[in-house]
Design a protein around this ligand. Structure first.
Ligand SMILES: O=C(O)c1cc(C(=O)O)c2c(n1)C(=O)C(=O)c1cc(C(=O)O)[nH]c1-2
Ligand SMILES: [Ca+2]
Length: 554
């Protein structure tokens, strides 16, 4: 690695050099786009392994390789950060937190670091935020974000902006009260904490009966996007808790929503609830992607979100921070929504498809949604918005069981076997295809192309200035490059394990690289097990993490 480390400033994060991948999705807007264009649709067939590095961990590897002028940082399950020379693939340092032996990890994963100043920030599954020296890996400070004994846990990559490091906690299935909290980047002191469930007396407080908001979920487990001009961070919020709705009648603001927070104060400036009073575990945690483009014939500051509820949401970032509704288009089969209000975007439900007490209920899409957490991508050159979708999968939940919040216990409302065994095929028969890599033209609101897979797809996306779209996410361990304009497969490479991690691209010494971690696990595997029990044919995907880095061969 180079002798010096280049500090990461607000200016660099707001206007990142094409050679680097400084944050979760490459830019604040959440595009998953690298402008680099040395590797193109014309030469990608020559893409070869440059180096590989085993992480020493099993379970779901999801973090992007974050790169700053030759320094690369990845995280793995088990609260580990590995710093590497991005070109040589050699280890510079490694930091690993000793976790309590009895820690229950409902989602054993980590989605990566944030860089800011001369530090690297990682949030851990025992609900801490840690600052490390970017050059040496030495711990600078550690802050308790939540209580691991109350099963608060963190899986997301932090968001860094204006001297603050922002994180949220998971726990929609353990009865947390969701929040975004900001910490001073230098000292680790907490600056503000904004809850995602409204208390009585606050705006939205009347959407929760009694004190149900206190364990009401709305967890934050995917990194927010950020608009430096308005100083607003946009976050997606998770499902309300517990899942059965009988005890929490009302809209349950701000669960399953997009919220806009002022980064200086943490104040909620606007929100849009994708669907109210969720009963389906359709966390809407993927932050809206910020795109200035034409939608329905109008130039808008758009916020686009492929919902777990199976609709593509087109929202508008208004000047006062409010979030307006433009349109919602189904991108997979949803049999719950009967209609969507043209002005407000509020759906009406087929109540017979709402699970809860008394009887088993089936619904589409499944608990894992049209898309779970794997991020979408936007390519400003093709003008296409890419969605890694799963179609033709539904779920059936058994009758809910009475549930009371107890610290340290699951707070779901269904027996866990009923949750893990809930997957069903649409219409009860094996569909021809499940995974769909979709490309949407936002101007026309039309599907431009779709590539269908006979297996499910759990594929965080990367798109590039070379007219390429990269995706793993299938149980055959392949990592693929698609023509971003047409969807044609141009290249593929068998990986040591299935790929469910976020891919990135960067440049060192004039050479462009594509980087991604292999390492199958968490809910990609739980969905695989669900499909296996439908087919009666176990399908084993090897586990174990490897950082895989590619460049063009001669
Ligand atoms: O409600 C929550 O707090 C929460 C957290 C997480 C997480 O932190 O990873 C997941 C989910 N829910 C969830 O519903 C889900 O489907 C899911 C899949 C995964 C994964 O890593 O594959 N995590 C999570
Ligand atoms: Ca959840």
């Amino acid at each position: 690695a180079p002798a010096t480390y280049t500090p990461v400033t607000d200016a660099r994060l707001a206007n990142p050099e094409p050679a680097n991948w400084l944050q979760y999705r490459g830019n604040y807007q959440g595009w998953g786009y690298s402008p680099l264009s040395q590797i193109t649709d014309k030469n990608v067939a020559r893409l070869q392994l440059a180096w590989a590095f085993t992480t020493g961990q099993t379970e779901g590897h999801q973090s992007p390789p974050i790169v700053n002028n030759g320094y690369m940082y990845v995280t793995t399950p088990g609260a580990q950060v590995i710093a590497m020379d991005a070109a040589a693939g050699t280890e510079l340092w490694r930091w690993k937190k000793e976790l309590p032996g009895d820690l229950m990890q409902l989602h054993p994963t980590n989605r990566g670091v944030a860089l800011y100043g001369d530090k690297v920030y990682v949030a851990t599954v025992d609900a801490h935020l840690v600052a490390l020296d970017a050059k040496t890996g030495k711990q600078v400070w550690q802050a308790a974000v939540g209580d691991p004994k109350a099963l608060q846990y963190i899986t997301l990559a932090p968001l860094a902006a204006k001297g603050k490091i922002m994180v949220g906690s998971s726990g929609g299935e353990t009865g947390v009260r969701g929040f975004v909290a900001a910490f001073d980047a230098e000292t680790g002191k907490e600056a503000w904490r904004t809850y995602t469930t409204a208390a009585p007396g606050e705006p939205g407080g009347d959407t929760w009966p009694g004190d149900t908001h206190k364990n009401g979920g709305g967890s934050i487990w995917i990194t927010g996007t950020y608009d430096p001009t308005s100083n607003l961070a946009y976050w997606g919020t998770g499902n309300p808790a517990p899942w059965p709705t009988e005890g929490r009648k009302g809209d349950n603001l701000y669960t399953t929503s997009a919220i806009a927070l002022d980064v200086d104060s943490g104040r909620v400036k606007g929100h849009h609830q994708y669907h109210h009073n969720d009963a389906w575990d359709w966390d809407e945690v993927s932050a809206p992607v910020l795109i200035d483009t034409e939608v329905k014939g109008r130039k808008v500051k758009a916020a686009i979100h492929a919902g777990r509820n199976g609709y593509l949401w087109m929202l508008e970032r208004q000047t006062d921070g409010k979030i307006g509704f433009i349109d919602a288009l189904p991108y997979v089969h949803n049999d719950v929504f009967k209609s969507i209000d043209k002005v407000t975007g509020r759906p009406t439900y087929d109540e017979s498809r709402k699970p809860g007490m008394g009887k088993a209920v089936g619904f589409c899409p499944s608990l894992w949604g049209g898309k779970d957490w794997p991020p979408e991508a936007w390519n400003p050159k093709t003008g296409l918005f890419y969605i890694p979708a799963n179609n033709n999968l539904c779920a059936e939940l058994p009758a809910a069981e009475p549930t009371k919040y107890k610290k340290g216990d699951l707070y779901i409302g269904y027996p866990i076997e009923g949750v893990l065994g809930s997957l069903r095929y649409k219409d009860g028969k094996k569909p021809g295809t499940i995974g769909e890599l979709q490309a949407w033209d936002l101007k026309t609101g039309k599907l431009a192309w779709v590539h269908k897979f006979d297996t499910h797809l759990w594929a965080p996306l990367l798109t590039t200035g070379g007219n390429l779209l990269f995706a793993g996410g299938t149980n055959d361990r392949q990592f693929r490059a698609f023509d971003a304009s047409t969807g044609k497969v141009l290249w593929q490479h068998a990986m040591p394990s299935g790929v469910t991690a976020v891919p990135t691209s960067f440049e060192v010494h004039g050479e462009q690289y594509i980087a991604v971690q292999a390492g199958w696990g968490v809910d990609a595997q739980r969905m695989q097990s669900g499909i296996d029990s439908l087919t009666g044919q176990p399908h084993s995907v090897p586990q174990g993490g490897t950082v895989m880095v590619f460049k063009l061969g001669k």
